[in-house]
Design a protein around this ligand. Structure first.
Ligand code: BGC
Length: 873
């Protein structure tokens, strides 16, 4: 038995993985090994603080839990680093080896010490005008007269930044410090730079762009200077010498600043880089360049700074494209073959000084040209001016990103080598931990499209889309998709930060029509705009406060997360407008229920006007979150269980009497209405469920198996059909290629999940709605059905302590494989049909049990190990 994957809360240790954000992190580990029926009986933890040579071994704990166990020692000090190792004993008495030590690093904890560095900006920086947001370069030289043992940078910025030390990039990461509710939380990053320092003279350089903090952001033209007016850096280098003495080199008013070669950069509009303005050696030689100005100290409440405890945005991979034939307008376009999120990169290109190339990006082509209408006001254009370096030039934008498959290249003299122009794919570096594969290539493509959309939209937080003038943390999208996301990517640490922001925004919102309600987008930029969205609350979107932590709890087993968010959840339930006598939404003052958002029958310009009564949807979700609150309270606040039980049962009763007849027939005769009623357990009687299943299957057949659900119904329609025994219909629906359906976009060449079922119409034109993206993950929640019902893996006890493997073959599939690296270790289900023989191979991780349900009705409980089952089908 091997202990692996040690985590501190949700944080993995390692470069660019984030740092620990508390003095007493809970420790988790998982296992590799295929011992049969292995259960942990006890564990032991040992810790070695930096500078100590001895391990401190903590007493053996006889707990069988390997998840979120309490920090065993004294609280850690701010900025402490340590090694930690775990060994476990099984109930068979066998003791494992000590695990490979993992290195833990605590960030700066503001409740223990002050952030020692100043925030500095270039003197007299003008206000942003929304068009030009140049970068600021900062630098400082410092001298180290003794041999350095370790050197670490703790850094953050108002804007987005990159660091250079002695002319070398400190790390290849992007968009730091990420986007959080800056009014309450600003994340700091951490880098180990021991290797980059010299004995003697050193120079630290920082380049800072506008980013979310002060650059143009938001729809309908957007705003500038949303959070402040100055691009500022704040960092310190903690140096520990070999003789154990220490130094702190902090940003302060002795630094210098200048405007750099990035003459304009916006997240939406792209970057304009003028290499003729570069100063060679700007971050290695402080005598370089003549125009360096002084800096001024900017006020910032340092109590808001906290360690980033989730992975940085990093390069995932790079791809090259193929050149398309010239467009009707004579343009040159590169096709990268997949719809990705990132930036371009060219290297080693020679051109004369002052020569300019322009790169424009789009997700699709329309009428043979770049389809830029869906981008709305986002210009998505990078411009590079060469300095004329005979050795060749390299360019990769710093302070922007694009969602694209196609790149239009304006390069009149043809200096670029288009075969070598790369697309650099970026994402918050959450490891992929879940996958699906079967013998149907279209379903495999659909699943990989879901993964690609998740990647592309996880850029420091879960966004709706990565390309148009939006890219925001819409709460409804991640509410319906969170469960799927947590299966596919190890994203709990990032979503944990997002949930802290969700609660922060609730605390900030003290006035307006809905004090303390969660925002529709987190961080809430809408509150800065004169916009109806600011006055808007809606089921599902605000319900994210309950749904997302609940989904993460199930996926990870973390009750700490539930404790952290409980006040946020309760606050939302309290302020959710309810009728006096009925436990249903009070419609007064609610401007718009988004309902089954983007039901394909809704008019393109009115996506909330689907065929399902939006209050039937809202009230079904009210019941759903109230029932979640019963389970959640059972974990963190038992005295509230009966309160939520009462509320939930009242809600169910009121829902049934308002929307259902005795038979189970609903007031909205729609897929979504019946799916929600079945999956949320809204019916009282078996006969009603049966009626609903039959009615649902009739509707589905009548629609010729095309889809009829939006955000609300899509995750539930196939589970509802399965739950009521309508497997045939479920498979037919999943495999339908006609528009609208899951596979229709796949047949149109999609490589991501689209926002609308028909973002691209069958004739190749873009959906006329002004809101049309080709990279929105919400409708990809169907992947969960593929994992749970086809592959067969679903959670019984939080964190997969107990899980079910119940494959339900159909749709002509002959084999299927689903796997997930659970908090305990690898869970896998692989089945195959040959003639009438069905074979299932299951991997059950140590310390868990699985219930295996075979298609012939046999059911078995199994402990850890690899198991094979066979039956006739
Ligand atoms: C976003 C959605 C979001 C919605 C809310 C859109 O503009 O892209 O995904 O949830 O607005 O109505």
């Amino acid at each position: 038995m091997k202990v692996e994957q040690i985590k501190f809360n949700f944080t993995k240790s390692g470069p660019l993985e984030g740092t620990i954000n508390t003095a007493t992190p809970a420790i988790s580990w998982n296992f590799s090994g295929s011992e049969k029926n292995w259960h942990q009986a006890s564990y032991q933890i040992r810790v070695r603080l930096k500078n100590e040579s001895q391990w401190q071994e903590f007493p053996v704990s006889s707990s069988n839990s390997n998840l979120f166990v309490e920090w065993p020692g004294e609280p850690l000090k701010s900025r402490a680093s340590f090694d930690l190792s775990v060994r476990v004993q099984g109930d068979n008495g066998d003791l494992s080896e000590w695990s490979e030590p993992v290195h833990g690093q605590v960030g700066l904890l503001v409740n223990q010490e002050q952030w020692p560095a100043k925030f500095i900006a270039i003197k007299n920086q003008p206000r942003e005008d929304g068009e030009t947001a140049p970068e600021t370069l900062f630098r400082k030289s410092f001298f180290l007269s003794k041999k350095v043992k370790t050197a670490k940078i703790f850094s953050t910025a108002l804007g987005i930044y990159n660091l250079e030390l002695n002319g070398k990039e400190v790390a290849e990461d992007f968009l730091n410090p990420g986007w959080t509710t800056y009014e309450k939380r600003l994340l700091h990053q951490f880098y180990d730079v021991t290797e980059l320092l010299n004995l003697g003279s050193n120079v630290i350089g920082a380049r800072v762009g506008a980013g979310w903090y002060l650059g143009k952001f938001g729809f309908d033209g957007g705003l500038v200077n949303i959070y402040g007016e100055k691009r500022a850096i704040s960092l310190f280098i903690e140096v520990i010498y070999e003789d154990h003495s220490t130094d702190l080199i902090c940003s302060d008013d002795s630094w210098n600043a200048a405007y750099g070669p990035i003459v304009a950069a916006g997240l939406y509009d792209g970057e304009t880089y003028d290499a003729t303005k570069e100063v060679t050696g700007w971050s290695s030689d402080v005598s370089s360049g003549s125009y360096w100005a002084g800096v001024e100290v900017v006020d910032f409440d340092i109590a808001r700074i906290e360690p980033q405890s989730f992975p940085h945005v990093t390069v995932q991979r790079t791809i090259t494209g193929t050149v398309l034939p010239p467009t009707p307008k004579g343009k040159t376009v590169l096709d990268f073959g997949e719809n990705i999120v990132g930036v371009p990169r060219f290297t080693n290109i020679k051109a004369k000084k002052g020569y300019k190339v322009t790169l424009r990006f789009a997700e699709v082509m329309e009428h043979g040209e770049l389809g830029i209408r869906p981008l709305r006001s986002a210009r998505c254009t990078d411009v590079y001016t060469f300095k004329g370096d005979a050795k060749g030039e390299l360019y990769q934008p710093h302070f922007t990103f694009h969602g694209f498959r196609y790149c239009e290249v304006e390069d009149p003299e043809g200096v670029l080598d288009l075969q070598k122009l790369e697309a650099v794919v970026i994402s918050t570096n959450a490891k992929q931990i879940g996958d699906f594969e079967c013998d149907n290539v279209l379903l495999n493509q659909l699943h990989s499209n879901v993964v690609r959309s998740t990647r592309g939209n996880f850029i420091t937080l879960p966004t709706d889309c990565p390309q148009r003038d939006e890219r925001m943390g819409w709460t409804g999208d991640i509410a319906v998709f969170g469960k799927t996301a947590a299966f596919l990517l190890d994203c709990s640490s990032m979503l944990d930060s997002f949930l802290k922001d969700l609660w922060s925004e609730q605390q900030i919102r003290t006035s307006g029509p809905w004090p303390h309600a969660p925002a529709v987008v987190v961080p809430d930029v809408v509150k800065h705009m004169e916009h109806f969205w600011d006055k808007q609350i809606s089921a599902i979107w605000q319900d994210c406060a309950v749904i997302l932590p609940f989904s993460l709890f199930k996926a990870t087993g973390s009750t700490n997360l539930l404790k952290q968010q409980y006040e946020s959840m309760e606050t939302w339930i309290d302020c959710l407008p309810k009728l006096k006598d009925l436990m249903l939404w009070d419609r007064t003052n609610v401007f718009l229920q988004l309902g089954d958002w983007l039901d394909p029958t809704a008019p393109p310009d009115r996506p909330a006007n689907g065929k399902t009564d939006s209050y039937l949807v809202a009230d079904a979700f009210l019941y759903y979150i109230l029932s979640n609150m019963v389970t959640i309270s059972g974990q963190v606040c038992r005295r509230n269980i009966s309160k939520y039980e009462k509320m939930a049962s009242q809600c169910k009763k009121d829902w049934l009497s308002k929307y259902s007849k005795e038979t189970g027939e609903l007031t909205s005769n729609s897929e979504t209405a019946y799916s929600l009623a079945i999956c949320f357990g809204l019916y009282d009687l078996e006969d009603q469920v049966k009626f609903a299943g039959n009615r649902l299957s009739e509707i589905v057949k009548k629609a010729n198996y095309t889809i009829g659900t939006g955000f609300a119904g899509t995750p539930h329609i196939l589970p509802a059909l399965f739950a009521t025994g309508h497997y045939e219909e479920a498979f037919q629906m999943l495999l339908t290629k006609e528009c609208p359906s899951w596979l229709y976009p796949v047949t149109m060449g999609a490589t991501t999940i689209w926002e609308r079922w028909n973002s691209m119409m069958p004739d190749g034109t873009i959906n006329p709605g002004e809101m049309t993206s080709f990279n929105h993950y919400a409708l990809g929640a169907v992947a969960s059905t593929m994992h749970e019902l086809i592959g067969g893996v679903s959670i019984i006890e939080p964190g997969y302590r107990k899980f079910k493997v119940r494959p339900q073959p159909g749709g002509g599939l002959k084999r299927c494989h689903v796997e997930h690296e659970s908090p305990y270790g690898l869970v896998s289900s692989r089945w195959e049909i040959s003639g009438d023989d069905f074979t299932l191979n299951v991997t059950v991780p140590p310390n868990t049990t699985a219930i295996i349900d075979l298609p012939d009705g046999r059911s078995e409980e199994q402990g850890s190990g690899k198991h094979t089952f066979e039956c006739k089908i």
